[in-house]
Design a protein around this ligand. Structure first.
Ligand code: ATP
Ligand code: SF4
Ligand code: MG
Length: 337
């Protein structure tokens, strides 16, 4: 059992993203990959980020981690973590947060694991912030491998990543990410490469460990079932914008944005009859090059009207904690910035 000795319970959110804008410079022009993104993650809260491919989910995750490619340019906004703006922090202080207060599980476990080093040496190294002896660190690593369901961890800790199956490797990555008892775990599609049975096991594992450690989780996924199972709140992204966010029940039972409704209608788990061809949202995600006039979803929205192509909507409240960015909600008061 991992002690929950890092109490980050406080009134203000652990992570506050405010009006974040990010461009990628490309030979074709600037891609506006994040547009005025705001969201909160409270202490011990699990927040899911969903949206079609290209909506900016990974870009958001990597921006928080400070792991962006060189052509990325944050053009505005704040990322407050424990009240400090990560974007204004000196590189050294920011780096020291990684693998300590902040850790990440990637879609491909090999991104996080070094193929030419044993699991033991990698799991000991990741504890470099801890004032413990090597044998204590080894014992903690074995305990964590046991927790994530690696059989015979005493022996297997000496093996190399390629000695494990894909599912086992992802369990090891989760063990490594949680070994440091982060305040915030960011998981970018951690189950996408796994089959359905393994996915369910990993989701349950993540949920158990999150409760045990008491960390917050930002869980990026295109799998709505996994999000419903794991998350307290959901953020729906479309073409670089957060178009709706709210608690998981509200988003699934009472979606306010036409895009959220379309996403839910395409979810295989919600289809009333079995079908060979899964429905998809018709039309394509708009180009993110240049600035968009009007609502970002207008070209595909079944409810679009004249104003939608002229003017971008603001966020409107739907219920406590749930907001959506759509003109149809205008009779409700806009959410103040
Ligand atoms: P997926 O579900 O496929 O993982 P995503 O929601 O994670 O998609 P991102 O990978 O964040 O989407 O991409 C958002 C947009 O930014 C896309 O249009 C993508 O092509 C673009 N993009 C991402 N990284 C770069 C980069 N380094 N240079 C240029 N464009 C990029
Ligand atoms: Fe559809 Fe208009 Fe609402 Fe955008 S603002 S989601 S185009 S109805
Ligand atoms: Mg992605």
């Amino acid at each position: 059992m991992i002690p929950h000795d890092r109490s980050s319970q406080s009134m203000s959110p652990l992570l506050e993203i405010r009006h974040l804008n990010l461009d990628f410079g490309t030979p074709e022009g600037r891609i506006h990959a994040l547009r005025n993104v705001s969201l909160d993650v409270a202490a011990a809260e699990v927040v899911g980020v969903v949206g079609e491919s290209g909506s900016g989910k990974s870009t958001l995750a990597y921006t928080v981690m400070g792991l962006l490619s060189e052509n990325a340019d944050v053009t505005g906004g704040e990322i407050l973590f424990d009240g400090r703006d990560l974007l204004k922090m000196p590189a050294q202080s920011r780096r020291s947060l990684l693998g300590d207060r902040l850790s990440m599980v990637f879609q491909d476990p090999m991104t996080a694991l070094n193929p030419v080093r044993t699991i033991e040496s990698q799991m000991i190294d990741i504890q470099h912030h801890e004032q413990k002896s090597r044998s204590e660190k080894r014992d903690r690593a074995i305990d964590m491998l046991h927790r994530v369901g690696i059989p015979d961890p005493q022996t297997r800790i000496g093996a190399y990543p390629h000695h494990f199956s894909g599912g086992m490797r992802q369990r090891i990555c989760i063990a490594m990410a949680l070994l440091v008892r982060p305040a915030l775990l960011i998981a970018d599609e951690p189950t996408t490469a796994l089959d359905a049975t393994l996915e369910v096991q990993i989701i349950h594992l993540l949920k158990d460990l999150q409760r045990e450690i008491g960390c917050s989780v930002l869980f990026v996924s295109h799998h709505l079932g996994a999000v419903a199972e794991l998350c307290d709140r959901v953020v729906v992204m479309y073409a670089g914008e957060v178009v709706e966010q709210g608690d998981v029940r509200g988003i699934f039972r009472n979606p306010g944005h036409p895009y959220t409704r379309a996403l839910l209608e395409c979810d295989p788990a919600r289809l009333k009859r079995t079908t060979r061809t899964l429905p998809t949202i018709s039309g394509e995600v708009p180009s993110l090059l240049g600035l968009q006039k009007g609502c970002i979803f207008s070209a595909r929205c079944p409810q679009a009207f004249d104003r939608c192509v002229q003017e971008g909507p603001v966020d409107y409240p739907i219920s406590a904690g749930q907001t959506a960015r759509c003109h149809l909600l205008e009779e409700k008061r806009p959410v103040s910035a």
